[in-house]
Design a protein around this ligand. Structure first.
Ligand SMILES: Nc1ncnc2c1ncn2[C@@H]1O[C@H](COP(=O)(O)OP(=O)(O)O)[C@@H](O)[C@H]1O
Ligand SMILES: [Mg+2]
Length: 540
C-alpha cells in the first residue's frame, strides 16, 4: 500500500485502484520510523495552461531523506517552491509538527526551519561565504561579528564534511563549493528541513559522494531532507522514501527497501522503460570535423576555449565530458559560427570554415542542437512548421532542406516530423512559443536531425526531454552515425555519454585534458579529470 496511509485520511477506493501494482505491505518498523515533521495535503497549483501540482500530498519524517522523483516538468520544483514560500498554492494545506502554517515567503520558511538550495544558486558574487551567510540571517542583529560567523561556519563545515573557505568570495568558488556554501547557509540558520533541488545535476561523481556523506551526517543529527532528482541510481543510494510525481500528480510513495530502479522508472514514466539503445560501432571513415588549436572568448570576453584540437570521423561519436562552464558552450558555438574564434581553425570535410557564415556551414552539412534551445534555436513567434524549415540563430535566418518543397509538401513533411518526434502541438501552424519546453526541444531536434548532415554538434540533446523522446534522440543520433555522420556530443550526464559515444574527451578550463574509452568503468577517472585533478599539461 501507499505510505499515504500515514495521513489521517485513509485512501479512498479510486485512489487505491490507481495503484494496483504496488500492493506491498510495510513492516511495522517501517511504519514506525520517525515522527512526521511536515505534511503537505492536497496541494494544487496551476500556471497558465498547466496544472503543475494536482492535489499533491506529501509527508516528511524526522531524520529521513525523502526523494521527489519525476521527469522534467513533473511538478517537483513547484511543490518545493510552495513549501519554501516562493509560490502560493491555489489550494491545499501545509502542517509543521501537526500545526497548520501559512508560509508566505522564503524568509518565513526559514523562520519555520525550512531551507532550500535552489537549482540556481543565490549567493552574492562579490561577498565572502561568511558575508553571504550573514546576509541570510536578515533579522538577527546586524552587528554579528564576521569572525564569529567564520568560526561557526568552519565548525559546521567540519562536522558535515562540507569543505569551503568562509573567507572566499563567492565568485571565486567552484560549483561544488557554491553548493556547499548554500547548504551551510541553511544549516547555519538551524533549519530542521533541508530541500535540495537537483543538487547533483552540477556535481562530478566524487562531489556527489561527498554530498551524500554530508546528508548522512545531517540525518543523524536529526535533519529531515527533501531530495529532488530524476537519476534513479542515486535515488536508490540516498533515499529512505521516494515519492514519484508524474504530470503534477503523486503516482505513489514507496519505501526504498521495497522498490527497485526498474519499478521506479515505471512509476516515473507510466510505462515500461526500455531505453535500450545499444551502441553499434561502425568503422570510422575520414575526419569530417577537424578543430585545430582553437581559441575563443566567452560573453564576458574571457578566453574560454583555450587551444582545443580534436577530430571527429565519419561514423563516430566523440563525447565531451565536463562540468558546465568549462568552455563546452563556446566550443560548440564557435564551430557553428555563432562566435568567432580568436585563433585556430575549423575544417568541415576538408573545407576551411573558420570564417564562414552560418549558412555556408549549414550548406556544407553542419547541424547544431544548441543547449539553449528556446533562446537560440527557434523563432518563438513563428509556427512550428516554419521553425521546422528555417533556422534562426538570433542573427541569421537560414532556410534549410526545403528548397525543393512546395507548400503542400512542407505541410506534409511537418506533419510527419511532428508525428515521428511526437511533438505535442495542436497543429503545425501553432506558434512555437505556445509549446512546452520539451516540445520546443523536439522541434529543434526534428529539424536538425532529419536532414542529412555530415557533422552534428549536439549540446545536451536530451536535457528536459521525457524518456520516450530521449530514446528517440538516441536512436536518431545512432542512425545518423551509421549513415556516416560525425557527431560531437557535449553532455554533462556521463551515462548519456557512455551510451552514445565511441570515445570520450574530457574538457576542463577550456582545454581537452585527456581521452578515455567510452566505458562506465572510467567514471571515476573522468570525474577526476573533470574536476581538474587529473589533468595533464594544466598550468594551475
Ligand atoms: N513560473 C512558472 N510559470 C509557468 N509555468 C511554470 C512555472 N513554473 C513551472 N511551470 C510549469 O509547471 C510544470 C511543472 O514544472 P516544475 O515544477 O518546474 O517541474 P520539475 O521541477 O518537476 O521539472 C511545467 O509544465 C512547467 O513548465
Ligand atoms: Mg525542477
Amino acid at each position: 500500500m501507499s505510505l499515504e496511509g500515514f495521513q489521517d485520511k485513509p485512501l479512498n477506493a479510486s485512489e487505491r485502484a490507481e495503484r494496483p501494482s504496488l500492493n506491498y505491505q510495510l513492516s511495522s518498523t517501517q511504519q514506525d520510523g520517525g515522527s512526521i515533521v511536515l505534511e503537505m495535503k492536497n496541494i494544487s497549483k496551476s500556471f497558465p495552461g498547466v496544472k503543475a501540482c494536482d492535489n499533491v500530498s506529501f509527508s516528511l519524517r524526522h531524520g529521513e531523506v525523502h526523494t521527489l522523483l519525476g521527469e522534467n516538468g513533473a511538478g517537483k520544483t513547484t511543490l518545493m517552491n510552495i513549501l519554501f514560500g516562493i509560490y502560493r498554492q491555489d489550494s491545499g494545506d501545509v502542517y509543521l509538527d501537526g500545526r497548520h502554517v501559512n508560509i508566505t515567503s522564503p524568509h518565513a520558511a526559514l523562520k519555520h526551519g525550512i531551507g532550500m538550495v535552489q537549482q540556481h544558486f543565490t549567493l552574492v558574487p562579490s561577498f565572502t561565504v561568511a558575508e553571504n551567510i550573514v546576509l541570510g540571517l536578515r533579522e538577527t542583529n546586524l552587528f554579528v561579528q564576521t569572525s564569529k560567523v567564520e568560526e561557526r561556519i568552519a565548525e559546521l563545515s567540519d562536522r558535515y564534511g562540507l569543505r569551503v573557505d568562509p573567507k572566499a568570495r563567492a565568485w571565486t568558488l567552484s560549483v561544488g563549493e557554491k553548493q556547499r556554501a548554500e547548504i551551510l547557509k541553511i544549516l547555519y540558520t538551524g533549519a530542521k528541513i533541508l530541500i535540495l533541488d537537483e543538487p547533483t545535476a552540477v556535481l562530478v561523481p566524487q562531489e556527489t559522494r561527498t554530498l551524500f556523506e554530508a546528508l548522512g551526517k545531517m540525518k543523524e543529527a536529526g535533519t529531515s531532507i527533501i531530495f529532488i532528482s530524476h537519476k534513479l541510481e542515486e535515488v536508490m543510494q540516498i533515499s529512505d522514501r521516494i515519492t514519484v510525481l508524474r504530470q503534477g500528480s503523486v503516482v505513489d510513495t514507496v519505501d526504498k527497501s521495497a522498490t527497485t530502479k526498474t519499478k521506479l522508472a515505471r512509476l516515473m514514466v507510466g510505462k515500461d522503460v526500455l531505453i535500450d539503445v545499444q551502441r553499434e560501432t561502425v568503422e570510422p571513415g575520414r575526419a569530417l570535423l577537424e578543430v585545430r588549436d582553437l581559441k575563443a572568448r566567452d560573453d564576458r570576453g574571457l578566453i574560454s576555449v583555450n587551444g582545443i584540437s580534436l577530430e571527429v570521423h565519419a561514423g563516430e561519436v566523440l563525447g565531451i565530458a565536463g562540468v558546465e562552464g568549462n568552455g563546452q558552450r563556446e566550443l560548440a558555438e564557435t564551430i557553428y559560427g555563432m562566435r568567432m574564434p580568436e585563433s585556430g581553425s575549423i575544417l568541415l570535410d576538408g573545407n576551411d570554415i573558420t570564417g564562414a557564415s552560418i549558412s555556408k556551414r549549414v550548406g556544407l552539412g553542419l547541424a547544431f542542437v544548441p543547449q539553449d534551445r528556446k533562446g537560440m534555436a527557434i523563432s518563438p513567434n513563428l509556427s512550428v512548421e516554419e521553425n521546422l524549415f528555417s533556422k534562426n540563430y538570433a542573427t541569421q535566418t537560414v532556410r534549410c532542406h526545403a528548397l525543393f518543397l512546395n507548400k503542400r509538401d512542407i505541410s506534409r513533411v511537418s506533419k510527419d516530423l511532428i508525428a515521428s518526434f511526437s511533438i505535442a502541438t495542436p497543429s503545425e501552424k501553432t506558434k512555437t512559443k505556445y509549446l512546452s519546453g520539451g516540445n520546443i526541444q523536439k522541434v529543434v531536434l526534428a529539424r536538425e536531425l532529419s536532414s542529412e548532415p555530415k557533422v552534428i554538434i549536439a549540446a545536451q540533446p536530451t536535457r528536459g526531454l521525457d524518456v520516450g523522446a530521449m530514446e528517440f534522440v538516441y536512436r536518431t543520433l545512432q542512425q545518423q552515425k551509421k549513415k556516416g555522420a560525425a557527431i560531437l556530443l557535449l553532455a554533462g550526464d556521463l551515462d548519456e555519454l557512455f551510451r552514445l559515444s565511441d570515445r570520450v574527451a574530457v574538457i576542463y578550463s577550456g582545454r581537452i585534458v585527456g581521452y578515455t574509452p567510452s566505458d562506465p568503468s572510467y567514471r571515476e577517472k573522468i570525474g577526476l579529470m573533470m574536476s581538474g585533478a587529473a589533468s595533464e599539461g594544466d598550468e594551475r
